[in-house]
Design a protein around this ligand. Sequence first.
Ligand SMILES: Nc1ncnc2c1ncn2[C@@H]1O[C@H](COP(=O)(O)OP(=O)(O)OP(=O)(O)O)[C@@H](O)[C@H]1O
Ligand SMILES: [Mg+2]
Length: 430
Amino acid sequence: QDTLSLPNVARMRRLQFAPGAPHPGALLGLTIRHESRYYGALWVAYDRPRNFSEEEIRFLTTLSGEAALAATSARLYATAEVGRQRLESVLASTPEPVLVIDENARLLLLNPAAVQVPGLILSAIEGRPIQEVVGPKDLVELLTVPLTERISSREINLGNGKIYYASVSLVVAEGRSVGRVCTMRDITHFKELEQLKSDFVATVSHDLRSPLTLMRGYATMLQMVGDLNDQQKGYVRKIVSGVENMTRLVNNLLDLGRIEAGIGLQIERVVVNEIASDVINSLQLQAVQKDIHLSQELVGTNKNLVVDADRALIQQAMYNLVENAIKYTAVGGQVKVRLENRHATVLVEIHDTGIGIAPLDLPHLFEKFYRSGRREAYQQRGTGLGLAIVKSIAERHGGRVWVDSQLGKGSVFSLEVPCEQFQKPDGNKG
Ligand SMILES: Nc1ncnc2c1ncn2[C@@H]1O[C@H](COP(=O)(O)OP(=O)(O)OP(=O)(O)O)[C@@H](O)[C@H]1O
Ligand SMILES: [Mg+2]
């Protein structure tokens, strides 16, 4: 029952009032209720007994209904406020910078960690365009360019020795994008370690090269200073071959270190089909020795294919790929270098009719020191660095490398290099 009407209170003997308090003549009580939740009661008292008209009751019921609605809103607001405060304290205690912008690229919120990063925030005023809020241009770009993937990330160099890794993703509410959230991670330490590693590799491989040259020199000279018997000749061959293996490893390490560190990258206009010809010429002898037909094909054009790149590195990448193709193809096979201009890139494909690659090996092929455990592959000498170098070179140029292969039938390695380099050669590409 939502309404209690007592037209004559004096007749209700069981009703007690506090001593000294005025005694009402009539009372009307109404519940303050919204759906199944009770907030309280509304009491209306009259000095004298009275019969409540239907109209009066209706009016007071409406009033209590309004009160219930107000109480409900207050309660919802309090719940929302608790939620908001909770979220705010989570953000506030997150040690990593977080910032949120709306769909017009204006600042919505920012956590204290973001404000504390020197050189990151220019002004932390809500509603300001992001260009006025954050300092680094790279970050502004990351926050404003159209997102092609769900999350897009980039390294942000703050210029004060600190490097952050920023990831931006869309904030989606009810199926549509309402802004973007950006989280940042301090990767300065990792970068320093990476640098240390590169320095180490460079120094060590350089210091290893000189004694190796010495050893190879003296080993080959042994047979010049006096006759050797067959057994001695055999030993010398083993020494020379071991030294050559090691030299290759050291050279590869040195290259990889240099490429990864991005030292001395010289970007110029290079003609890819000319480089391909050079590579084919320099490997022709190896191909002839295995009776492999080595050829080049320019697809869909007879013009030169030009890219902005480091000539020596592109040459090295192609060399490694063609060398592999010859190495892992049986006598009498075919290796073809196919060049094509595709969109704003040059695509180089190296087709071979070789031993192919097992599905198990495919995901690891471009890792450092990875060599297939299959007998046909392992018979060939190698360090397992050739493809890691190709990958590094491709990435340095904003390109990529991948492989399609059929076991026992052959492989196609594809190297894609963008025609133009937008970033500076020493830019911090991820
Ligand atoms: N064209 C190919 N056909 C079949 N297998 C290949 C081919 N190219 C590479 N592989 C496989 O991938 C592995 C890694 O190649 P990668 O060039 O990195 O090293 P590698 O040739 O063994 O040594 P190196 O560092 O001297 O080049 C090879 O050991 C081989 O198993
Ligand atoms: Mg190789």
